[in-house]
Design a binder for this molecule. Structure first.
Ligand SMILES: NC(=O)c1ccc[n+]([C@@H]2O[C@H](COP(=O)([O-])OP(=O)(O)OC[C@H]3O[C@@H](n4cnc5c(N)ncnc54)[C@H](OP(=O)(O)O)[C@@H]3O)[C@@H](O)[C@H]2O)c1
Length: 228
């Protein structure tokens, strides 16, 4: 398949990694539909090729269903759910408030899986459902603690994604849980290891190399397999 025939839906692309992924897929000739939940001037300003822009808040099931219906009958080689939050990340779980911990679980674990379910029938044969996880979602690598609610939400996402993949075991697409590296974004902060372009370019390379493979893999932006 020629790259210009490939299409991606990037969910949560107003800034940070979603915006960087949109730019990177477009630069490689993919057709991109990118979503934001509000005004997204940086997304709208992308040149020389612009993405198609849609609105969706992944925590709103009705909005997700509307997006799916609006995009009918389009299918995508890659659906990449990037959106996530890290509210209260620096507070140990018992010290934070319940509502914040539950909101992080909702946005980072429940909503991406519900989005994936809504769009499972829109992944083209040989394509991928990619969910933005984190190395902090690895239970076995958690020896130092910190970022407690956030870690738990990404560990939950990983587990739910394996269930999603098992549930769709006969479907003609694969599932990838992606760790982007520690990246300089609003969430990652200015001290992070790498810039958005390095991470996004790496993730697109990993995704392109993974097309046609089924099952559920937990990979980083260099293609390294991570331990659960
Ligand atoms: N940066 C890192 O080092 C790092 C490392 C590991 C994993 N990650 C993961 O990578 C993803 C992107 O992170 P980032 O660093 O780019 O963060 P960011 O700069 O804070 O951007 C977060 C993005 O998610 C969107 N979003 C949040 N809640 C949403 C919702 N309910 N519906 C739709 N969109 C929503 C935001 O939209 P608004 O502009 O409307 O707020 C924004 O586009 C997250 O899942 C994060 O957990 C990041």
């Amino acid at each position: 398949m020629a790259k210009q025939d490939r299409s991606a839906l990037i969910v949560g692309a107003s800034r940070g990694l979603g915006l960087g992924l949109t730019r990177a897929f477009l630069a490689r000739g993919w057709a991109v539909t990118a979503t934001a939940r509000g005004e997204a001037p940086a997304l709208a300003a992308l040149t020389p090729v612009a993405p198609a822009i849609r609105q969706v808040d992944i925590d709103d099931d009705a909005a997700v269903a509307r997006l799916r219906d609006d995009l009918e009958p389009e299918s995508f080689d890659v659906v990449f759910v990037v959106a996530g939050i890290a509210d209260g990340a620096h507070v140990p779980l018992p010290e934070g408030d319940r509502a914040t911990a539950l909101k992080v679980y909702e946005t980072n674990a429940v909503s991406p899986i519900r989005f994936a379910e809504a769009f499972a029938g829109r992944v083209a044969p040989g394509g991928l459902m990619v969910l933005m996880s984190s190395i902090l979602g690895s239970v076995s690598l958690n020896e130092g603690g910190t970022w407690e609610s956030y870690r738990a939400s990404k560990a939950a996402l990983n587990t739910l994604a394996r269930s999603f993949s098992a549930r769709h075991g006969d479907a003609p697409f694969g599932t990838v849980l992606m760790h982007p590296g520690w990246v300089r974004t609003d969430m990652g902060g200015p001290e992070a290891d790498i810039d958005v372009a390095t991470s996004a370019d790496g993730m697109v390379t990993v995704v392109e190399g993974r097309l046609g493979q089924r099952g559920c893999a937990y990979l980083d932006y260099r293609g390294e397999m991570l331990p659960w």
